[in-house]
Design a protein around this ligand. Structure first.
Ligand code: NAP
Length: 230
């Protein structure tokens, strides 16, 4: 199950997985169904839900289990693509709450609801998608993005270290590049389709666990797609 992040989901058509995608907006899920054609749609389940609170995440979990019965794999790709609201002295606490809610706190509430479904399954997995924004300021005015993304990196680290012995595959794919559509590709960017293939392979091949897979180039993603590790 791909818990969140419809941009990665098209690559799952190459696998035999049943895939569920969650979004707060039904319109986005309709667009995804239009984008995926034919038989891939037979294995796609779409759910409208908000995992940004404990109650919302539990409701999403119940709806998902009702729809698919069993969940084996979770990909947590929560957040937003970009934030550049300006320097910190110009920001409010409300805005910081909003950024942390989206990048960090929803990662926790979703994990709290969904990790128990897969953690004891040796054929299961939980994968966090993170980015290099948590390690440096990408450009002036993106400081809150760094704070939120750093929180997501730390959250993933914390889970790996607090649960060293879980039999499920517990991994993080850290993408140290921008992600965009094939039409908009430029230097420093990678296609969301390539990212999707890499994530699908990581989940399907189940070669590594408790590992951070750092993708620094499209070649790294290709290696991951082919070999299930970098
Ligand atoms: N974009 C990049 O260039 C890039 C590069 C490197 C790494 N990353 C990493 O990729 C991860 C995801 O970012 P992204 O760029 O893919 O962002 P995105 O395109 O905005 O996708 C984020 C997803 O999270 C979902 N979401 C957020 N809060 C939610 C909530 N409370 N309930 C349900 N769904 C929720 C959104 O669904 P709805 O909005 O449809 O509800 C959306 O599908 C982040 O960790 C980021 O650091 C991104």
């Amino acid at each position: 199950m791909n818990l969140c992040g419809s941009r990665w989901s098209s690559a799952w058509r190459e696998t035999g997985f049943q895939v569920a995608v969650l979004s707060r907006e039904g319109g986005r899920l309709e667009k995804l169904k239009e984008f995926l054609s034919g038989s891939a749609c037979d294995r796609l389940h779409t759910l409208v839900g908000d995992v940004g609170s404990e109650d919302g995440a539990e409701a999403a979990k119940r709806a998902l289990l009702k729809e698919v019965g069993k969940v084996t794999d979770v990909v947590s790709s929560l957040g937003f693509s970009w934030w550049q609201g300006g320097p910190p002295l110009a920001q409010s606490l409300t805005e910081l709450h909003r950024v942390l809610d989206t990048l960090l706190l929803s990662t926790f509430t979703a994990w709290k609801a969904f990790f128990p479904l897969v953690k004891d399954n040796p054929d299961g997995s939980y994968t966090f998608i993170t980015g290099g924004a948590g390690e440096r300021l990408l450009m002036p005015g993106t400081g809150f993005l760094t704070l939120g993304a750093a929180g997501a990196l730390a959250f993933s680290l914390m889970v790996r270290e607090e649960y060293p012995d879980v039999p499920c595959k517990l991994n993080e794919l850290k993408i140290n590049m921008g992600v965009t559509t094939p039409e908009r590709l430029g230097p420093g960017y990678v296609s969301h389709l390539e990212v999707g293939e890499a994530v699908a392979s990581l989940v399907e091949k189940r070669i590594v666990s408790h590992t951070v897979l750092s993708a620094n180039s499209p070649a790294d993603l290709k290696t991951l797609a082919l070999e299930g590790k970098i």
